[in-house]
Structure formats: structure tokens, C-alpha cells
Write a protein that binds this ligand. Structure first.
Ligand code: AMP
Ligand code: MG
Length: 395
């Protein structure tokens, strides 16, 4: 049994050595994927001095000068180039986003003005801001705007669009094969017979893989015994970058997954982790394909995916960031019976405080339909008091 931190480091080191393959994709298809090149701006942003408000552009020199009415030289719409150079006593009516004309260094908001006849305007309020966004104040031409290794979120897509990077180079999504093992399992559309249950974690894992995002393929339910399991693992090894197997990894008489993995020439890097739930988690590799044997209980596979498989898949794609972990105060006392493993506990965060949700153990996936975060309880800790700070991570 190894520490979770050791297991995670092993997994991430393996993922970092993976070459995902790269492709250029349209920016509208990049959401969630990892950028495989640095992106530089092809222009200053803003590209010209532009008005931040609807109002009147003029040359501000002294307070007294602005009391007299100004002659309106022209109206400047967003997208049009000013035709007039302003002289003393003149202003131009200007729209938000329009180019500030030569001879102006300030824009008065329309709310602070009143018309004085047909062609003049008077400034009524105190002028407190210039209301101009200056050329290049956000980004200069040639600036690095997005780093290789960035996982693309909507704001990154706005930046790609703004600098004209319409086909950025992206890491290909890993292909992930999912295999559910267990003689007690039937698919959700079948009524379980006596001593049977529905396969829930295969479908859960498929959804979790999509959130990374990676490309799931589902291989169905395989019996604990017989040659079927080895055959399907062999097939999945040839068709995927990663395999997620569930069930059959503990100490039961029918838990043959680790033995089958070894017989298939898979190099097993660890077989058990000091974590609760998820202790009998197996990780191995054959050539360029990685395989996780996750415990069959839906909470175990859910949690292990979130804290280990997901970061692994992201690392395979070259993602350089990490999910933020917060330290927040407990909202109640919480205790557990043993403290020999690190615990992952489903919680809700309410008003900045952490509340464990009712949770009966690793088959009780319902707890995770209520939880919006997980909290960690470290080895050696069996009690956390109301108000004490704990590490939590949104899920
Ligand atoms: P195992 O890891 O095979 O020892 O299974 C541990 C527990 O998880 C047992 O109660 C299994 O019935 C249950 N289980 C295994 N696979 C699944 C699955 N795909 N969906 C839901 N429960 C499962
Ligand atoms: Mg089983």
C-alpha cells in the first residue's frame, strides 16, 4: 500500500511522458482541450484609442474652458474612422468603441451633457475620467497571450478570436476504454434478477471521461471468470490510450483483474493506495497504453477518477495547471473510526463553511448527487472540530 500522494506522483509522471499527438482545430472546437503552442497577439489591443462611453470627445485643457458650449464637428460611430481633426471649441459626438478623433484627449459621458441649440453641446457634470481605452493598454502586438499547456475555457476562446488564432494547435484527446467487470452486473435497461445489480459506474465513468474532456469507448460488462476478460482487455489495449476497468481488484475469490493484467504483460506500478474509499486501485502500463483497475463501488470509482484519473488525462494532454484547492472552516464537528488512510468525504460548501453530507460508504453514490465538493481527512486525523480549517475541492 502506498500513500495517495506517492500514487498520484507516479501516475502524473507516467502521464507527462505521453505524446498525445497534435492537430489544428477550429477555435469553436477547442473548449476543454489543451493548447499545444504559445499564442501571440498579432495586434495592439485596443488597436486604436477608443471611447469607453457614449458621449462627446474634446480636448481638455482647463476647467474654465469647458463651461462654454462646444460645436459638434461630426458624429463618430463604432467602426468608422473620424474625418475631422478637432479644433479649440469643437467636439465630436462619439459612440462606445469608436475611434477617438485627433485633437481630443477626453470623452464626456452623454449623461453629463445637454444640447445647446442644434449644433452645440454644453458639459454639465464634473469631468472626472478621460473615458478613453488607449491603444495597446491591454495587449501589445507580439505579446504572449496564451501559454502552451492552457486548458481552453470560454475566456481563452475570446482571446483566440481577438488575435485571429482561428486554428490553434491542440493536443488530441486521449481515447479511454471503459470495461465493467462483475458477474452480478446487468445493464440499466435490464431488470436485475436475484443477487444482481445494475451497472452504474460504467456509465458514470463514461460521463466523467467526457468532462475532462477525453474520448470514451464503452466495452460492456465482462464476467469475473473465464477468458473473456483477458480478450477484452487485449482488444481495449490496442484501441485506446487509457483503459478504465472497474471491479475485481480487491481480495475476493473472484477478483482476477490484477492477475489478468500481469498475464497480459502489463507492468503494474501499484496495487493499493492508503485512501478511503479506493484502496484496491491498480495502475499499470503496457507500451503506450495505461490501465487503471478501479474498485467497483460507484463512489470509489467516482472519487478515484476525480482525484487521480482526471489529472492524469489532463497531464497526458500537456495541461500545466491544477484545480484550486481551498482551505475552509468546518461547519460542524466530524469524526471517523480509524485514521490509517486518507479519507475523501463528500461535503457541501454553504456560507463559506464545510458540511459533510450523509454518507453510508462507497456504494452510496446518492451522497455525491448532493455534495458539491470533497474534503480530505489526512492519515492520523480522526476528528475535525467545528471551525477548524480543512482542505476542500469543488467537484
Ligand atoms: P468489486 O470491486 O468487484 O469487489 O466490487 C465492489 C462492489 O461494487 C460490489 O458490491 C459490486 O457489486 C459493486 N460493483 C462492481 N461493479 C459495479 C458497477 N459497474 N456498477 C455498480 N456497482 C458495482
Ligand atoms: Mg466484483
Amino acid at each position: 500500500m502506498i500513500l495517495f500522494e506517492e500514487a498520484l506522483a507516479t501516475v502524473l509522471a507516467q502521464g507527462a511522458g505521453f505524446k498525445p499527438g497534435y492537430e489544428r482545430v477550429h477555435l469553436s472546437e477547442t473548449l476543454g482541450s489543451v493548447l499545444a503552442e504559445d499564442i501571440f497577439s498579432d495586434m495592439d489591443m485596443p488597436p486604436f484609442d477608443k471611447s469607453a462611453v457614449d458621449g462627446y470627445a474634446f480636448q481638455m485643457s482647463s476647467e474654465s474652458q469647458i463651461l462654454a458650449p462646444f460645436e459638434i464637428a461630426e458624429i463618430i460611430a463604432a467602426g468608422s474612422v473620424p474625418a475631422r481633426v478637432l479644433k479649440e471649441g469643437q467636439c465630436s459626438k462619439i459612440m462606445t468603441g469608436a475611434m477617438v478623433p485627433s485633437g481630443a484627449n477626453c470623452v464626456v459621458m452623454v449623461e453629463d451633457t445637454e444640447l445647446a441649440g442644434e449644433s452645440h453641446v454644453r458639459f454639465t457634470g464634473k469631468i472626472t475620467a478621460k473615458n478613453i481605452c488607449y491603444r495597446g493598454e491591454d495587449v501589445k502586438k507580439g505579446d504572449l497571450v496564451l501559454k502552451k499547456g492552457t486548458q481552453i475555457a470560454p475566456a481563452h476562446i475570446a482571446v483566440l478570436a481577438a488575435v485571429g488564432a482561428t486554428s490553434p494547435l491542440m493536443a488530441k484527446l486521449p481515447r479511454v476504454g471503459i470495461i465493467s467487470t462483475g458477474d452480478e452486473l446487468v445493464e440499466p435497461d435490464t431488470a436485475p434478477g436475484k443477487a444482481q445489480i445494475r451497472n452504474s459506474n460504467g456509465w458514470q465513468l463514461e460521463a466523467q471521461v467526457k468532462t475532462v474532456p477525453a474520448k470514451p469507448s464503452y466495452y460492456g460488462i465482462v464476467s469475473d471468470e473465464g477468458p473473456g476478460l483477458k480478450k477484452i482487455i487485449e482488444q481495449a489495449l490496442n484501441e485506446n490510450d487509457v483503459i478504465l476497468l472497474t471491479g475485481g481488484v480487491s481480495m475476493g475469490d473472484f477478483d482476477f483483474v490484477p492477475a489478468n493484467m500481469e498475464e497480459l504483460g502489463i507492468n503494474i506500478l501499484f496495487k493499493s493506495i492508503a485512501i478511503q474509499p479506493g484502496k484496491p486501485t491498480v495502475f499499470g502500463r503496457r507500451n503506450n497504453t495505461f490501465i487503471f483497475g478501479l474498485p467497483g463501488n460507484p463512489v470509489s470509482s467516482f472519487v478515484l477518477f476525480e482525484i487521480m484519473v482526471k489529472p492524469f488525462l489532463q497531464t497526458m494532454m500537456g495541461f500545466s495547471g491544477r484545480l484550486p484547492e481551498l482551505k475552509l472552516p468546518m461547519g460542524v464537528d466530524y469524526s471517523r473510526r480509524t485514521s490509517v488512510r486518507k479519507s475523501i468525504i463528500p461535503v457541501t460548501i454553504e456560507d463559506g463553511k464545510v458540511f459533510p453530507v450523509q454518507y453510508h460508504g462507497s456504494a452510496h453514490i446518492d451522497a455525491y448527487t448532493i455534495a458539491n465538493a470533497i474534503m480530505y481527512m489526512e492519515i492520523g486525523t480522526s476528528m475535525i472540530k467545528n471551525g477548524e480549517l480543512v482542505y476542500v475541492r469543488p467537484i
